[in-house]
Each structure stands twice: as C-alpha cells, then as structure tokens.
Design a protein around this ligand. Structure first.
Ligand code: SF4
Length: 275
C-alpha cells in the first residue's frame, strides 16, 4: 500500500495514518483477529473473542493520529512514559512552528541554553528550543535527544525514510531502528506498524495487562517484550488492518477501563472473572 493510500482523515475529520479510512465495523471487514492456522493455539480463540468484543464496543479506532509518517515517529518517542494527551500538547507546539517536518525539527535549537538565555525580565527573542516545545510530554531533555537521533536517521535514508520503512526487509530494518538512541522495541514496532505500514505486533503496558487479566499469558507482567511479541505474532493474522486495530483497541481499553484497578463493569470486553 502506498503512502498516499495510508494518509487519511477519519469520518470525524481527524488526520491519521493507517490501512483503512472507513467507519465500517471491523467484523464486516475481517472474520476475526486471529489467523485461521492459529486457531488451535492455546488462548487463540479466547483472544479473538476478546478483541472482537473490544472492537464492537469501541468501534473503528482510526489510529495512529498523525498527518504524516514522520509525525507518527515523533509521537512514538514522545509517548514514552506519558499519557497521549500530553503528547498532543507537545505535538501541537511542534506543529505551530512547522517542526513536524524533519529538517525543521533538526534545525531547532536543541535546548533552552542553545536558544539563548533571555535577559532577566525579558522574553527570549530567539526561536523556541526543541526541549521547550516538547516539555508537556515530560522527560523533555532526554526526549529531545532521542528525537534528534531519530530525525538524523530519518534524513539520512537514501530514497527517503518513508520508503525505507515501507520496503526494507524487517530482519535488517528492525535492528537498525533499535540501534537508534531512544528507540526501544515498543517504539520501533509502533514506527514500523503505523509509519511503515508493516504488519508487526506491538506490545505495550496495556497489552501486558489485558493478556494477564484474561489469563491468556498469566505471567505477562514479567514476560520479556520478545516473548509477548512472539505470542501475539503467532496468533494475530498477518494483516495490516488487524495489527493496527489490535494495538489501538488495547490502548482504548487501557485508557478507558483496563486501568491499574480494572473497571470491567463498563468495559466492552467480558469480565474475565465472570466467564
Ligand atoms: S477492564 Fe476488565 S474486561 Fe476490560 S479488558 Fe480489562 S480485564 Fe478485560
């Protein structure tokens, strides 16, 4: 699928990068989330039923909210250890100065010091620093360094980073992303799935919580990222819409219901302790 085919506006008008812009319920587009050949694997049927319940309840997610693959990648860094609403504030600051273009972002003064300290009692006349712009996302100093590392990689790709992400063999590309300062497995897989349109499985804190609470992977809280990624990859259909909707639905459940104290009574999924 070309990049142009992945840039959309949701029916509500919000830009997003994803496989399908329609509001057609997932269940009308695909038979389920689990691959046919995986249905006999432990937990596969229950996992599919859980995701179909979440999908029926939350509807199409139109995720990832971004107007370009670069914005996806920036958001994937900024969302580390913070809630998405804080990321939105930081993205709005970057958007306001045109810094959701990689060359513009990299040209920003990295820090307040580099931007020039204002004289006492006077506002700075120079451009805002990257650190100042992303401050709402928290950990702004380390995230500024990470963003600069990722953006340097982005601009160095012959033929463009979007083509690299969409076409390079994953066996080479994923380790290369993981070698960039600040890009861990969840960030790399988010970039590959949503910016690159690659059907990879993303593991995040909400995934661990849901898999554990539904007794699908009882030790999920302590399992390694790669162990959970392999569990998901063995079961989820290797289909781009499936991979995108799966992650977006788990995020929705985590935000709305599957909190440290779960609120199963209002969740679209069936309470695992009443099944
Ligand atoms: S809130 Fe309850 S029903 Fe919903 S996903 Fe979490 S454990 Fe499952």
């Amino acid at each position: 699928m070309s990049l142009a085919e992945r840039l959309h506006r949701s029916p509500a008008g919000s830009p997003f990068v994803g496989a399908d812009a329609s509001d057609v319920p997932f269940a009308q587009l695909r038979p389920g989330f689990v691959a046919d050949e995986a249905r006999e694997l432990p937990g596969a049927a229950a996992f599919d039923a859980l995701l179909l319940e979440l999908s029926a309840g939350f509807g199409r997610r139109h995720w990832w909210p971004a107007a370009s693959p670069f914005e996806v990648a920036v958001g994937a860094i900024l969302t580390q250890n913070t809630a998405w609403r804080n990321v939105e504030l930081a993205l709005a600051n970057l958007r306001a100065v045109g810094a959701l273009e990689p060359a513009v972002l990299l040209a920003l003064p990295p820090s307040t010091e580099a931007a020039g300290q204002p004289k006492p009692g006077k506002p700075s006349s120079g451009p805002s620093s990257l650190e100042a712009l992303i401050r709402p996302s928290g950990f702004f100093r380390t995230k500024a360094t990470k963003l600069r590392a990722l953006t340097t990689w982005w601009l160095a790709q012959p033929g463009g980073a979007e083509a690299t992400l969409a076409t390079r063999p994953l066996a080479d590309l994923r380790p290369e992303l993981l070698a960039i300062h600040g890009v861990g497995p969840e960030t790399a897989d988010s970039i590959l799935c949503y910016a690159g349109g690659r059907p990879v499985a993303i593991v995040d804190a909400y995934t661990r919580r849901v898999l554990a609470r539904h007794h699908l992977v009882p030790h999920a809280a302590k399992a390694s990222y790669e162990e959970l990624r392999a569990w998901l990859a063995a079961r989820l259909a290797p289909d781009q819409l499936v991979r995108e909707e799966f992650h977006a639905l788990v995020v929705a459940a985590g935000y709305d219901n599957c909190k440290p104290t779960p609120n199963c009574a209002t969740c679209p999924a069936s309470d695992p302790d009443k099944l």
